[in-house]
Ligand binder design. Structure first.
Ligand code: WTA
Length: 631
């Protein structure tokens, strides 16, 4: 393996030490002490966390490990919404604000815990009314509005498995996800509002449903006047469907191992992976990390800037923070609308205390300059977090100085859709090291190893692996268990995350990026194969190869190499046409930033495209061993 990381940085050993008050006042206390406690008795550690929550029936065993299958809190019964909602309604948080939403033009909506529960129960009853049962799959394709949160929680209330698809996916991608999950109902909205413009979500759903025989009903949140016309029987209005339903909906009794949701993520083939998460372990994992990593207290206002359509939104907008009883802020406003001060304005206006965002956003803000955040009072902030891709040292420094004012600890959290909960970070109060996410949190064991599973020496590159099961881990890939097993059989006796990493002499871990054919563009996972298959579905394209190129703001940008079919000529028009084609099949997040027309592609003897060679050539570096190269 080539040592392409910054060796100087690895050896530098630069740290920032947070104010000791943070540690003193934190839920966790001392990291090492907590970690040792976990190592001494892992079951006791997780049991202590789980006992903080409400269970209908307790577990027989904390964990049952039958490699590569784990069952957590075996035979325990629960409902996650009873913990995210009822638990608080029954204690002093009854009238506490659970959710604050901000839309464009100053629009604001506020839900207390009591009000949120009542909406969730009514919508849950509406789902029941139209025939949704425990175990049925419901696809949610919505903008970032409170109804999206309500729809997800309502599914969980009745034991239906939600599959949320991010609103930035186009019709073909949505269709594939609806079909794979065999969704019975799709919940959507007429429009999403983005930068003052309405994006016609319902039209995309209509197209996605052309070949989706399992879908019986479409529930539509109608936001625009005049109201969109609906089909009289198949399509239902989000609010009208609740007419006449009972107010109360007791939580469905779920086994700890019953599925809670499916969430599709990109893999190294064209077909996305349906990551399956279950109720009990996921609840404990997201609750534990929300409380002990973000250190959420009753007077915090927590803002995770992700969309609920990604795992970050599932775990740290909805399930984790609500299980803790936090006040959660969400917004449909983008960071650049109405101007580049939009988010800082919201922090000042809402007194946000914990901000959790992504490196790509931080780098975008760096580009427009610190005069924007400096216009606003950010003193309410006490903890700032990052997720989704490596937080490079320059972005770390900027975030720390300009946003955190040299005062707020940064929690750079590493995790994946598959892991369900964050696993590596620098716990509150510990010294922070720019460029390094940190160490495994108490409860988690990780290492950096070679392909045989042997730990690599400190300061050298290897594969990031997780060495023991954790409660929020994925249980399988929907209808594709064979592919699930690969996570645990790529390197023996551990979970291979697919990321390259370096462990410093101090045990801090630097994440370098993906080791496979997944490109992380502005924090979104895009499979090269997905983009390639979208390109070859265009009539002019014979073959395509896609690579990620380092980009100073987005982390990576997508470059496509395209071989045209006979009779088609390269032109700028065709280039635009291809971009449009990818935008409308896969979605705007997967559009190539650059397209190069070529006559041939480097391939192995067996015909596999060698993206590594394309990438090396593009970046002017040695492609390494290319002996299998044919052309
Ligand atoms: C990357 C997002 C560096 C990594 C929660 C991982 C990170 C992929 C970090 C999962 C981080 C996530 N530092 N890289 N703090 N967090 N990644 O499934 O490559 O959308 O494998 O989950 O994002 O992305 P996913």
């Amino acid at each position: 393996m080539t040592e392409s990381f910054n060796v100087k940085l690895v050896e530098e050993m630069k740290y920032y030490t947070p104010d000791p008050e943070y540690k003193r006042n934190s839920w966790l206390g001392d990291y090492q002490k907590a970690y040792d406690e976990f190592l001494t008795d892992p079951d006791a550690f997780w049991s202590k966390m789980a006992q903080q929550l409400d269970w209908i029936r307790p577990w027989d065993a904390v964990m049952d490990w039958n490699y590569p299958y784990a069952r957590w809190f075996t035979n325990a019964k629960l409902n996650i919404t009873a913990n995210c909602l009822d638990r608080h309604v029954n204690n002093h948080r009854r009238n506490k604000v659970a959710l604050i939403w901000r839309g464009e033009g100053g629009a604001e909506r506020i839900y207390t815990y009591q009000k949120l529960l009542s909406h969730v129960m009514r919508f849950a009853n509406a789902l029941k009314k139209i025939g949704v049962k425990k175990g049925d799959r419901v696809c949610i394709y919505m903008p970032l509005v409170p109804e999206q949160v309500i729809a997800m929680l309502a599914c969980a209330r009745i034991g239906a498995t939600h599959s949320v698809v991010f609103g930035g996916f186009a019709a073909a991608a949505l269709n594939l996800r609806i079909q794979d999950a065999e969704a019975k109902v799709v919940i959507t909205a007429d429009v999403a509002v983005r930068r003052g413009k309405a994006i016609q979500l319902k039209a995309i759903v209509d197209e996605a449903l052309i070949n989706a025989p399992t879908v019986e009903h479409v529930i539509v949140l109608r936001r625009k006047e005049p109201c969109l016309d609906l089909h009289p029987t198949r399509e239902l209005d989000f609010y009208a469907v609740m007419d006449g339903v009972p107010d109360e909906c007791p939580p469905e009794v779920m086994d700890a191992e019953d599925p809670l949701f499916i969430l599709y993520t990109s893999g190294s083939t064209g077909k996305p992976k349906g990551v399956v998460h279950t109720c009990g372990g996921y609840m404990v994992g997201t609750y534990y990390t929300s409380k002990y990593v973000f250190d959420i207290k009753d007077n915090d206002i927590f803002w995770c800037t992700a969309d609920p359509g990604w795992v970050t939104g599932h775990s740290y907008i909805i399930y984790g923070p609500l299980a803790v009883g936090a006040t959660v802020f969400i917004t449909e406003l983008t960071p650049d609308y109405p101007d580049a001060g939009s988010w800082w304005h919201l922090i000042q206006e809402q007194n946000i205390t914990i901000l959790y965002t992504a490196p790509t956003a931080i780098r975008t803000f760096m580009k427009v300059g610190e005069s924007w955040p400096n216009k606003y009072n950010l003193n309410s902030l006490r903890i700032i977090g990052s997720v989704g891709e490596p937080l490079n040292p320059e972005a770390f420094e900027w975030y720390y100085h300009v946003i955190g004012k040299d005062r707020c600890p940064i929690v750079d959290t590493w995790w994946q859709t598959e892991t369900g909960m964050l696993l590596i970070t620098t716990m509150l109060g510990e010294k922070m090291r720019p460029g390094f996410a940190g160490k495994p949190i108490p409860g988690v064991t990780v290492d950096v190893v070679d392909k045989n599973g042997k730990p690599v020496p400190a300061n050298s590159m290897g594969f990031l692996v997780i060495k023991s099961p954790w409660p929020a881990m994925l249980r399988t890939l929907y209808k594709d268990d064979e592919r699930y097993r690969k996570y645990w059989y790529t390197i023996d006796n551990c979970y291979t995350a697919g990321d390259l990493a370096v462990k410093g002499k101090d045990g801090y871990i630097m994440i370098l990026g993906r080791a496979d054919d997944i490109i992380i563009v502005a924090g979104h996972n895009i499979g090269t194969a997905e983009v390639e298959s979208a390109l070859v579905s265009h009539k002019a394209v014979a073959e395509a190869a896609v690579i990620g190129k380092p980009d100073p703001v987005k982390g990576n940008s997508i470059k496509a190499f395209v071989i045209l079919r006979v009779g088609h000529q390269p032109s700028d028009n065709l280039r635009q046409d291809l971009v449009h084609h990818v935008r409308t099949t896969l979605g705007p997040i997967a559009v190539p930033h650059e397209i190069e027309f070529v006559d041939k592609l480097p391939k192995t003897r067996s015909g596999k495209i060698m993206r590594r060679v394309l990438k090396a050539k593009e970046m002017g570096i040695d492609p390494g061993d290319i002996s299998t190269l044919e052309e």
